[in-house]
Design a protein around this ligand. Sequence first.
Ligand code: 4AZ
Length: 250
Amino acid sequence: IVGGSFTRIESHPWVASIFNKGGFLCGGSLIAPCWVLSAAHCFSDGEGTNIKHLSVYLGKRAINETDDIREQNFTVEKLIVHQKYNENNFNNDIALLKIRSRDGRCAVQSPSARIVCLPPSHTRLPAGFHCSIAGYGKERVGAWRYSQILKQAEVNLISQTDCRSKSIHHRNLLTENMFCAGSPDWSTDACKGDSGGPLVCEASGRMFLFGVVSWGVGCAEKNKPGVYTQVSNYNQWIADITQLPEYTAG
Ligand code: 4AZ
């Protein structure tokens, strides 16, 4: 995250960190005890991801530290990349990971690990609405490594019309499964490594997962807002997968 501030995992307890072969890969969000929602593009490197090489953490403040008290660590039992994910335009950039601890359990709720609410189907919040993003992504576009500590920042929702008109670049690239968010002075944005992580908005005293960090052109560049997957378009897809007998048995 460019701009924003360092934060405690207890302030964003749904944040998951996903590692591939021991290296940090992407963010995610805990949406049910056994399920983490992330971005499809995190798992589409040519050969495809071998789930044996993935591990998922909850309750982690720093990606290079082990926190025996707070963190929970999981392997990935199933990885479901959206069947209509388009790697050319990032349409349907959404994926689900079924997690399982070494002793066969799912996430245990604690002050540092908690489920985030899904927004009602097809809801969109008004332009200008303040939401927050969190992740371990780069603090500058050219930084040589990810932020070692979890960061968060406030961004405002941008209407589809505004995102298409203000941002020449995004004009023909924005689908109905995406939305834009940015800070009014363009100082704050998601960046490489924040992908898959949450954009949450508070409504009626609860935090809802409205977006998944998906793509952008550079980071915190003028008129190039961050683009997020519109989670409320996927309630049925999420329900179908997380409730499938073959995934819930055992
Ligand atoms: C990335 O490369 C990335 N500024 C994610 C988000 C943004 C840019 C790049 C948004 O994962």
